[in-house]
Ligand binder design. Sequence first.
Ligand code: SAM
Length: 276
Amino acid sequence: MRLFSKLPPSIIALLLQATAFALAIFAVRTVELHPTLFIFALSCGLLAATLSQFAGLARWWLAIQFLFAPALVAMLALDIPPGFFLAAFLILLAVYWSTFRTQVPLYLSSNKVWYALEHLLPSPTGGGAGGEGANHKQDANNPERSPTPHFTFIDLGSGLGGVLTHLASARPDGHYSGVESAPLPFLWSWLRIKLGGYRNCELHWGSLWDCDLAHYDVVFAYLSPVPMERLWRKARSEMRPGTLFVSSTFPVPEQAPHQTVQVDDLHRSTLLVWRM
Ligand SMILES: C[S@@+](CC[C@H](N)C(=O)[O-])C[C@H]1O[C@@H](n2cnc3c(N)ncnc32)[C@H](O)[C@@H]1O
């Protein structure tokens, strides 16, 4: 039971679907019923949703669990070529990759979050985090850009690279790194950085857990509630004193931030800032 609770919700959901299918088959055989395929699928869905409720899955999983088998039967009836499903699966895999395990899907920070981040970067005069960032807007290719960066910044799970490329343009006196594990977002942002000529930006394909945070003055993360406690422990053990850890939206359990920045965007994002 303890192992069960350690599994990602997607794997638990799959196991419960298999259990529901086995129970439905058992019931049909025992009672010698002959339901239509659709009624059988509805029964599987009902059982899977009920089991998911008892297993404590989040409420939105119950809807997915109920609809999964009926949706399969409905799609089969549409007689869509199997290649379509393979292509859809491969595209989703390339975009979401290990989300079923990390529970950190791709969604993007708003432009207003990018602007708010500018104001958290160390000031060009070397006075630490300040509000002067927006006064230093220059082009990324500006030849007058400082050859030695004033500060280093990393976006953990850099998605499509919007945060990095915006900040690299707005504050060319910094050096920007990103790490992204999903192949398609990585490729997209790599091309964005190369084709945009952002020479003060670099991107790594890999896991944020393999990054040494000691190299950075500002560490930014927009992830999900799931990894925050572990990420906080990593940040505490690796980041240098005086550097900034910024989480968009997701708090660290039992760690009050030193500063919060409310962003007036669609999601009412909040930047939570800790000085290490
Ligand atoms: C919510 S998105 C944020 C994207 C971007 N930072 C932004 O603010 O627009 C989170 C990203 O983290 C990536 N990710 C999740 N777990 C990761 C890991 N362990 N290592 C690297 N990237 C990860 C996901 O693929 C996704 O692109």
